[in-house]
Write a protein that binds this ligand. Structure first.
Ligand SMILES: [Zn+2]
Length: 421
């Protein structure tokens, strides 16, 4: 195999790794799974290590640690790859391999090719490898093919909790939903009664407590800072708030899960989100609280993401000169549009953007729709008790939880279509 750097050591079988401790080697292996180890920080932090479980015809399991961020994306579970210039290391009784700055990864055969192609020679034919490497590739493909279960069980090898989707239950009333004792998806019609926003991390006095009941705040102009209370920094996918304020004042209920159970790579995707709230719905037979997290909240608020609302809200406010005061500025390449943060929080964490960029984005908002206003109108409309037709809710029922902690979690809400008889 020709590369710009060349090989610093021999191509070895995994079974022989122990006799190469401290040396550079080349490994031609099948990737079982790839696990990013470090938690992604909210302000442009990054994965610093990826542990990859690999195997070959001589040893089914072996660990390689990737220390270069960009490499993680090349070690895809199900693929056969060539790891060039990795160093074998011993850790107590364990032997593993790790990448260094001159290491590289060459994907050789993709998982879908392995699955569809019966002919190993055909798969090898496409790669530009030397004789020894071709021989090895043939053996590894032969080993994977002989152990088809490796390929087919690949999807089951995730070691974190997979959200189970139970069966659908069409319920004719809320009392029927309340009687469900199994994990399932309930579908029912109900009217919105109230939104309870647990802003307990900052509410201390009795006056403030009242602010958690949103319908009471709808009469004041623009809801009296309502959007600010609804929006926080958190994970777009699972809807967990990731703000310091939350963890400081409500450590037990709101402790941040280390891994994201809604993400394929287990990492949270951080942006501004709607913080979890309770939507009280009712019909003639009773009422129940639905836990609404970011994604569901977006659906409820006319597909308007929290980022949009906040952007338009900020555009209405005078530019905060203070937001970057005394805060070191970091220009992170990894920062995408989802990593914007509120100016308010800039003192807690490093400022992600300069004033100029912020102003530019605000101006952009002036030209388009005022999503903050639209959001507010939708919210107000939702809370017009007794004036709306019921919505059709799809709800995940988790019988292990009690009502106040998310036994019923909203998945979607739609306007049902009634036919006149
Ligand atoms: Zn998440």
């Amino acid at each position: 195999m020709a590369s710009a750097i060349g090989w610093y050591g021999p191509l070895i079988d995994l079974s022989g790794a122990a006799s190469h401790v401290g040396d550079f080697v080349q490994l031609l292996v099948f990737v079982h799974r790839s696990t990013p180890v470090q938690y992604k920080l909210s302000r442009g932090g990054e994965v610093i290590r990826t542990d990859v479980q690999v195997g070959d015809d001589t040893r089914p399991w072996f660990t390689v640690s990737l220390w270069q961020k960009q490499m993680g994306s090349l070690a895809i579970p199900g693929d056969v790859i060539l790891l060039q210039n990795v160093k074998v290391a011993r850790f107590g009784d364990l032997i593993d391999a790790r990448t260094v700055s001159c290491s590289s990864i060459v994907p050789l055969v993709h998982s879908y090719e392995l699955m569809v192609s019966k002919d190993a020679d055909k798969l090898i034919g496409n790669s530009r490898l030397g004789t020894a490497a071709r021989e090895k590739l043939k053996k590894v493909i032969g080993w994977v093919k002989a152990n088809e279960f490796i390929l087919h069980n690949k999807k089951l090898s995730r070691n974190w909790k997979v959200v189970e989707v139970g069966e659908y239950k069409d319920c004719t009333s809320i009392s029927e939903v309340l009687n469900l004792n199994c994990s399932c998806k309930a579908i029912f019609l109900a009217s919105v009664g109230e939104i309870f926003l647990p802003i307990a991390w900052r509410a201390t006095c009795e006056m403030e407590k009242e602010k958690m009941f949103i319908s009471r705040r709808m009469n004041s102009k623009n809801g009296d800072g309502l959007a600010k209370d609804f929006i926080c920094t958190g994970c777009q996918l699972c809807g967990s708030p990731l703000e310091l304020e939350h963890s400081k004042h409500a450590p037990k209920q709101n402790s941040v899960p280390l891994y994201c159970d809604k993400s394929s790579d287990r990492l949270h995707v951080v942006s501004l989100i709607y913080q979890p709230f309770m939507l009280y719905v009712w019909d003639e037979s009773g009422s129940l609280p639905l836990l609404v997290k970011n994604k569901a909240a977006e659906l409820l608020f006319g597909n308007i993401p929290a980022e949009r609302v906040n952007l338009c809200l900020e555009a209405k406010l005078p530019v905060h000169k203070s937001c970057s005061k005394g805060v070191p500025e970091i220009h992170s390449q990894a920062r995408g549009p989802h990593h914007r943060i509120r100016a308010k929080e800039a003192s807690d964490i490093v400022s992600p953007s300069g004033d100029e960029m912020e102003r530019e984005e605000k101006n952009k908002c002036h030209d388009s729709v005022d999503f903050h206003f639209v959001w507010f109108v939708i919210l107000k409309t939702l809370l017009q008790r007794g004036k709306n037709s019921p919505l059709r809710f799809e709800v995940n029922v988790d019988p292990r939880l009690d009502r106040e902690s998310g036994r019923y979690e909203m998945v979607t809400a739609t306007l049902p279509c009634f036919r006149k008889k």
